[in-house]
Ligand binder design. Structure first.
Ligand code: PMP
Length: 455
């Protein structure tokens, strides 16, 4: 069963309905029409499970927002946060503190970069990366990719290609977009084994058309997350790195979702043997226990700011409680071998996903790296017609999501994509339990697209 019953499962909250009502009446929820169904109530969690207002235990196959890497309520994390709270809750951003320095050093060690500017989340990390790239190069344009999400603030939203950017357009000036390494639906009509990596050479053409001296940086997700989890071919990054070097363009990788163990390494780009000039991260940096983002820069960029002003600041930059949480979180990753678990179970998950692709008519493609994975759903494997349009939804995707919900498996689905991104602490038994429900949902979709009526 996916319904684990821990000894500490809280009693159903008598006032769950009131909580939901109060939230609905007085608060606004992200990316949703505000007048719809009441929001789900969460009352607690433990490990790979969380509990709702009706006392149900859910298996979290999405690590909340693909950030809760160490699972819910990790005892060591609770202890570390409490300890820092007892010592010092806040210091202004111009003060040196122990957790801030420790975290900066650790991030330099694990990324091979030099210095970190701390933010409160991923959007702000990308805002600052863009600003730093412009300051350091004296150039203004930023190249980003269409199938990307970099955050909801104005600059990061404009940098995104995701349809969520449409309402804020024209946004901030200077963003130029290029196509993605999307091998299943190659924008250049190629296949991975016979192509000339047009997804990189076309960027070079764009650079020439835009004027090489005007491009400050290329900003790409380490591995694209919320726009379909696009795992690039192995030589994509080396070619992109070489392209940046040829034109003096900075390479910024947004590892907000793909970093910190999600793919089994500190950074997704470490699978490809390259080093970016700037890395942005958030989510798995603290596993969501405290809000924290980071913009980590290379030695030459750090050196530049030894003699130039860093035009940027945040009241909560380097917040001691957030930094202390991150220091402990990174230690937990290492002490518990969670990246090894992600790699080991990730390999098993990959096999399971490939088997699903072979078995279910609706599974057009599967993509995975560690515990970062997606199923791409289609109406027809031959035509690859998506089960829902890019930017939209469909009754079948609705029924698939409803099935997972009814079985209390918490899964992230969007457009025609269904993600499998459990916490890095997940066990094989939990993984199997959740995947069994995924298989039921896929069988249901197969029935629907074959023209049948779901039982
Ligand atoms: N970049 C990527 C790749 C993301 O997935 C996200 C959040 N989903 C962000 C940036 C924005 O981060 P935040 O929501 O913490 O501002």
């Amino acid at each position: 069963s996916t319904e684990e019953r821990p000894a500490v499962l809280p009693e159903p909250v008598a006032s769950a309905y009131d909580i939901a009502q109060q939230n609905r009446e007085y608060t606004m929820f992200s990316w949703s029409v505000q007048g719809g169904a009441l929001p789900p109530v969460m009352t607690g969690g433990r490990g790979s499970h969380f509990f709702d207002g009706d006392g149900h235990s859910w298996l979290d196959f999405s690590s909340q927002l693909i950030n809760l890497n160490i699972g819910h309520q990790h005892p060591r994390m609770l202890e570390a946060i409490k300890k820092q709270v007892d010592t010092m809750c806040f210091a202004g951003p111009s003060f040196a503190t122990e957790p801030r320095g420790k975290l900066g050093q650790k991030l330099a060690e694990v990324t091979g970069l030099a210095k970190t500017f701390f933010t409160l989340g991923g959007s702000e990390a990308n805002e600052n990366a863009i600003k730093i790239a412009r300051l350091v190069t004296g150039r203004d344009k930023i190249i980003t990719r269409y199938r990307s999400y970099h955050g909801a603030t104005m600059g990061s939203m404009t940098a995104s290609g995701d349809p969520r950017r449409w309402p804020v357009e024209p946004g901030v000036p200077g963003v130029v977009r290029v196509f993605d390494p999307y091998c299943y639906r190659c924008p250049f009509g190629k296949t991975p084994d016979s192509c000339g990596r047009e997804c990189v050479s076309h960027i070079e053409e764009v650079i020439q058309m835009e004027g090489p001296d005007s491009i400050a940086a290329i900003l790409v997700e380490g591995i694209t997350g919320s726009n379909g989890l696009l795992v690039p071919p192995d030589d994509y990054y080396p070619k992109l790195r070489a392209l940046c070097d040829r034109y003096g363009i900075l390479l910024i990788t947004d590892e907000v979702m793909s970093g910190f163990g999600r793919t089994g390494k500190w950074l997704a780009t470490q699978h490809y043997g390259i080093k970016p000039d700037i890395v942005t991260c958030a989510k798995g940096l603290t596993s969501g226990y405290m809000p924290l983002g980071a913009c980590i820069v290379s030695q030459p960029i750090a050196d530049y700011f030894d003699t130039h002003m860093l035009w940027g600041g945040l009241t909560y930059s380097g917040h001691p409680v957030c930094c202390a949480a991150a220091v402990e979180n990174l230690a937990i990753y290492e002490d518990e071998g969670l990246f090894e678990n992600a790699l080991e179970l990730g390999a098993y998950l990959g096999q399971r996903l490939e088997a699903m692709k072979a078995r279910y008519a609706c599974v057009g493609d599967v993509r995975y790296k560690g515990l970062f994975s997606v199923l791409e759903l289609v109406r027809d494997k031959g035509t690859k017609e998506p089960l829902a349009p890019f930017g939209g939804t469909s009754p079948e995707m609705g029924q698939l999501a409803a099935h997972l919900r009814n079985k209390h498996v918490y899964a992230y689905s969007r457009f025609n994509f269904l993600w499998v991104c459990p916490p890095l602490i997940i066990t094989k038994a939990e993984l199997d339990a959740g995947l069994a429900v995924y298989e039921e949902a896929l069988a249901l979709v197969d029935t629907l697209i074959a023209g049948g009526v779901a039982a």
